[in-house]
Design a protein around this ligand. Structure first.
Ligand code: SAM
Length: 298
């Protein structure tokens, strides 16, 4: 929030009209009003809009902050805004649907020359050793009462999670796998590929993911494991079966964000090469973890 306050100081001018996209508690909308906005539209698709309304009222800002329930990607405001801001970046960066919401909102509602918070996003990934994070998957692979419960392990292994990861778990230097502006039109499908040279012997239990977002020039939020922990923590993509790795092994990974009706869905795959030969691989998808029905419910 402090970083957003700094960015608002840079970008909101007295008398501006501002939109807070995905307003949640309404906190950023209230702070935008405090930063000098003449009018703030707090836009939230969920019922949290009622909480935002109450927060706005309790802080005496209802004459300047208007709470609107709706999808920011399709909503048309009664006037153009000078500044659009929001916090819809997910733990892995893109799963919060920012590449759909931001360009569409900008096209429909931002005045020419308007300002945007945040402006850019960069995604990082690295192979990680984290036996504790993998325990949930391993648990369901054990022999319990003579039953094969691996179907449950499959669900656990295909769920992207948010975790605080120990920096010591890194098996290779992180790679920047995708970066881009947030308001340019985007097809929505992102394939973030990366290559790693394994730095030490160990067991790979998954892929760690994090991001850096530029709120304003020189003002960034970085959610890496070697930085103070933020509300996002780090992203964690478990792999089905842990892989033993050796120094100088080469790992190629691809993390995919594909646009689906309920928001982007993540897939992650990779292969490990040793002395020119494939020695291990994985291919996983959130579809296998979310238990999404594949036919309409009766
Ligand atoms: C990380 S939360 C933001 C929290 C908020 N800034 C705060 O501090 O309370 C993201 C919010 O965006 C909302 N959201 C996601 N997609 C949206 C959309 N298309 N239109 C409007 N709100 C959306 C979610 O319901 C959620 O409340």
């Amino acid at each position: 929030v402090q970083a957003y306050i700094e960015a608002m100081r840079h970008k909101i001018r007295s008398g501006d009209v501002v939109a807070d996209i995905g307003s949640g508690t309404g906190i950023l909308a209230c702070l935008a009003a405090r930063a000098g906005a003449r009018r703030v539209y707090a836009i939230e698709k969920s019922d949290w809009i009622e909480i935002a309304r109450e927060v706005v009222k309790r802080n005496g800002l209802e004459d300047r902050v208007e709470c609107i329930q709706g999808d920011a990607a399709t909503l048309r405001l009664p006037e153009k805004v000078d500044v659009m801001l929001g916090d819809v970046i997910g733990v892995f960066g893109l799963e919060g649907d920012v590449l759909r919401i931001y360009p569409a909102f900008r096209a429909n509602n931002l005045a020419p020359g308007g300002r945007v918070i945040p402006e850019r996003l960069e995604l990082f990934f690295a192979p990680w050793e984290a036996a504790g994070e993998h325990a949930e998957v391993g648990f369901w692979r054990r022999d319990w009462y003579g039953l094969d419960l691996s179907a449950v392990a499959r669900v656990q292994a295909n769920l992207p999670l948010s975790r605080v990861l120990e920096p010591a778990g890194a098996l290779a230097r992180e790679a920047s796998a995708w970066s881009g502006g947030l308001v340019e039109p985007h097809p929505g499908y992102v394939e973030a590929g990366a290559r790693f040279e394994i730095a030490r012997a160990g067991t790979m239990h998954g892929i760690a993911g994090w991001f850096e977002t530029t709120l304003a020039s020189g003002l960034r939020i970085h959610t890496g494991p070697d930085r103070p922990t933020t509300v996002w923590r780090q992203g964690w993509l478990p792999i089905d079966h842990p892989i033993e790795v050796l120094p100088r092994d080469l790992l190629e990974t691809t993390v995919v964000f594909s646009p689906e009706e309920g928001g982007p869905c993540m897939g992650w795959r990779g292969r490990l090469r040793r002395e020119g030969r494939d020695v291990a691989g994985f291919s996983q998808h959130e579809f296998l973890g979310r238990l999404v029905p594949d036919r309409p419910p009766k």
